[in-house]
Ligand binder design. Structure first.
Ligand SMILES: [Zn+2]
Length: 175
């Protein structure tokens, strides 16, 4: 699926290049273009780019679990599991009570339901594979409206900050 999309993107991009212009630098740029194109193919929310993700107080990826920044989830990885802690508006720890979380994950377009456990005040979910998506639906209580948050678990090292891309500390790239 990804390979086929990649081939399509490659063909598409090549159409805009004259063979004489394919210097090394241009090839590098071309790769960037293809990566950008692939991200736009695999995500419905098109705002995703390099950098600009929020990092929580424990070095994890911060996700918005509310519509007004009053609740966040901080995702860290430990022993092959995602650990998701709840944080309030001041990024202070929130006790886990009646809040619920459902999770799906996997390759783009093929996400399957994941087991969510509550352990030591955190939600614990088996980690997805590198490059796959984690989609979370958070509720303050069983009756509350669900808030959806998602992340791509890209464990490749960022060239600039050396962190894994899914917790990249770089500021957002200008469009
Ligand atoms: Zn970075």
């Amino acid at each position: 699926m990804t390979l086929r999309a990649g081939a399509a993107a490659w063909t598409l991009q090549r159409g805009h290049f004259h063979p004489s212009q394919t210097t090394h630098k241009k090839t590098h740029n071309l790769k960037k273009h293809i990566l950008a194109l692939l991200s736009s193919l695999t995500i419905t929310v098109s705002a995703f780019g390099h950098g600009g993700v929020e990092i929580g107080p424990n070095g994890g990826r911060l996700l918005e679990f509310s519509k007004d920044e009053t609740m966040h989830g901080e995702v860290t990885v430990k022993d092959g599991n995602f650990h998701i802690a709840l944080l309030d508006k001041d990024k202070k720890s929130v006790a886990l009570g009646e809040q619920t979380l459902t999770a799906t994950g996997g390759p783009s377009g093929k996400a399957a339901k994941l087991t969510v456990e509550k352990k030591d005040g955190k939600f614990v979910i088996p980690a997805v594979k590198d490059g796959e998506w984690l989609i979370l639906q958070y509720k303050d209580s069983a009756k509350a409206k669900a808030v959806t948050a998602r992340l791509q678990y890209d464990t490749g090292a960022c060239e600039k900050c050396k962190a894994q891309e899914w917790v990249c500390k770089c500021p957002a790239e200008k469009k």
